[in-house]
Design a protein. Sequence first.
Length: 194
Amino acid sequence: MNVLVIPEDFRKDQYLLKPLFRRLLSESGRPAARVVVCQDPLLGGVAEALKSARLAEIFDRYDAMIDLFVLCVDRDGDVGRRKRLDQLEREFEKGRMFVAENAWEELETWTLAGIDLPPEWSWSDVRAEVDVKERYFDVLADQRGLSDAPGRGRKPLGEEASRRLSAIRSKCPDFDELARRVEGAVAGVGADRR
């Protein structure tokens, strides 16, 4: 099974998304699934990732090689973002498996849900923060001395968080919903594609 994860900007997001989806697929009975984070084209931001023309370009390029497409973007405080993702799913669902989700509020939130936070931090404060990257994620990477690691600490923290997928699912309903949809999609792919 081949899964293409489409982030709004792969340069840092790849380090968070790839380990999460590898773990999710492994726990979904697809340990040999190939997870690729879309790097070509570089979308460079959420506005580009939500454009039908840009997604069509990706589908045209990769349809023959990919079993499941997963679009992951930040919510960034935009209460209408889910509506746009629903529109995109309806637009591109024909002839392919495609799911889309927005992290509440940023992808880094999913990672923080899977790691031990400093004791003075409240999960409810982290979850409620729109600027999770700046207020929490980057601070934690600095505290742990990981700022020089790939993705400004995202690679080691993403890998660490992926080992606690159940914690992410219980703390982040947005990720849990995405995980359930991915599990449903991969269950529908024939055993010959494992």
